[in-house]
Design a protein around this ligand. Structure first.
Ligand code: IMP
Length: 445
């Protein structure tokens, strides 16, 4: 069967774009199934850099139909700006198709995201403030406005009027803010966005099924990651969609029997942006939202944390925020293997460990004096979890030029074999640098 999923296995920013791009080359369609412009990845193609937030990465290939599925939340202004950026760099986005059933992000959603975070103060989630949570909340409350409503001004206006009454009351009474003008929103969405997007709006479920039934290859591109999943992540410090592989079924309208390859992408260490539990976290010398206080850490720990942030360039593509770093966590990865039915693992940024004398992998947690090897379901236990590490020798060799698995230093190969042994799936791809060709294929994928 011809469907592949690429999914993040940690807290996002695993470098999924690199391997999505690699796998996409053989695909006919690349489909986003959840999230919105909270995602961000940069692809470097022929020396040109492309920062994509909403468009599937397959958009850079003329032979691919890029699809934004029904499970995505779409800010049409952002999407049109992204298409314009692509045109200005010589990429023709006319093939892009957007599900009419996808929900729209409206200015209200963005405003409320910002205000809710501000009200939460020190308990804030650290969202990307793109309106993602409020847009999905309206979808679940059945008051959302969908992409297809752009094609019917009467329906769009009627829905917007109802929504505006409610949202403006909240803005005024809860947040003491001025109301937004629904006429202004309608003018921008109906007069500017609708005509430009209309040729791209489609029944994407049918498009995807026609491709699958014709035996064509379809790639489902996940945004965010397993532990930001609304159901399976570290709730409430999660996003409002289902990035896990199962999200493909609802977010693109495809039954599970079509999916036969699920590639989990994991960084050789871990990072997280925003607040929430993080058992293997290392402190850093500068501030990161929700991060471990440097005062509680040894100089050696801070040196390592800073190494991951600085050498790994761990600053957000979308928000510019500094990410929180930590050691590879095999306990989480074992859970990610289960939640996604991973068939293989792609490890990114192995080269960031090149200079280290030794590398650690968390193989279990100690929780209230007990050793556990699975992810605890209770969040208090995750907060209390003390990582149990195995320490392996470093390879002290630059890997950035390595493209042949046989040329990997023995210690690097031993590290990868150790990860495989810990999580139970083969490591097929290994990233050794930011460039498109800087990777090693270990087993046939
Ligand atoms: P939201 O998705 O903007 O609502 O943010 C919810 C949480 O998900 C926050 O902790 C964000 O930092 C995190 N998040 C959202 N998108 C990404 C991403 O693409 N990479 C990493 N973290 C993300």
């Amino acid at each position: 069967m011809p469907a592949t999923v690429v999914v993040g296995t940690q807290w996002g920013d695993e470098g999924k774009g690199k391997f999505t791009d690699l796998v996409a080359r053989e695909m006919h369609q690349v489909v986003r199934y959840q999230g919105g412009h909270n995602a961000g990845h940069t692809l470097v193609v022929d020396g040109q850099s492309f920062a994509l937030q909403l468009c599937p990465s397959g958009i850079l290939y003329p032979h691919i139909t890029p699809i934004i599925g029904n499970g995505v939340v779409v800010d049409p202004r952002v999407l049109l700006a992204e298409m314009e950026m692509l045109r200005s760099k010589g990429v023709d986005p006319s093939n892009l198709r957007v599900s009419g059933n996808a929900h729209l992000i409206l200015p209200y959603h963005q405003e409320l995201d910002r205000l809710i975070e501000r009200r939460l103060g020190s308990r804030k989630l650290g969202t990307t403030k793109r309106g993602i949570g409020p847009a999905y909340a309206d979808k679940a409350s059945r008051v959302g406005i969908r992409v297809q409503d752009l094609l019917d001004p009467k329906i769009f206006r009627a829905k917007l009027e109802g929504l505006a009454r409610e949202k403006n009351a909240v803005l005024a009474k809860v947040f003491n803010q001025l109301p937004l003008d629904p006429d202004e929103i309608a003018a921008e969405y109906l007069d500017v966005c609708a005509p430009a997007l209309a040729p791209h709006i489609a029944d994407t479920v049918t498009l995807v099924h026609e491709a699958l039934e014709a035996g064509q290859q379809v790639l489902f591109e996940g945004a965010q990651a397993t532990f930001l999943d609304l159901d399976h992540g570290t709730y409430p410090f999660v996003t409002s969609s289902n990035p896990v592989a199962g999200g493909v079924c609802t977010g693109a309208g495809v039954g599970p029997r079509y999916i036969d390859r699920v590639i989990g992408v994991a960084k050789a260490y871990v990072t997280r942006v925003g607040t929430g539990p993080f058992p293997t976290e290392l402190a850093i010398s500068s501030e990161a939202i929700g991060g471990k206080p440097a005062a509680a850490a040894s100089d050696e720990e801070i040196r390592l944390g800073d190494h991951f942030v600085e050498v790994g360039r761990e600053y957000g593509t979308v928000t510019g925020r500094r990410r929180r770093p930590g050691w590879f966590d095999a306990v989480m990865l074992r859970q990610a293997v289960r939640l996604n039915s991973l068939s293989e693992l792609a490890i990114t940024k192995l080269d960031i460990l090149d200079d280290l004398d030794s590398v650690k992998v968390c193989v279990a947690y100690e929780i209230n004096g007990e050793r556990v090897t699975h992810l605890p379901y209770h969040q208090s236990d995750l907060h209390a979890a003390v990582p149990v590490y195995e320490e392996l020798p470093g390879w002290k060799t630059p890997l950035s030029e390595t493209t042949d698995a046989a040329a990997l230093p023995a210690a690097a190969e031993a590290y990868l074999a150790f990860l495989e042994d810990q999580v139970g799936v083969p490591v097929t791809l290994v990233g050794v640098g930011p460039g498109r060709e800087q990777y090693v294929q270990r087993h046939a994928g």
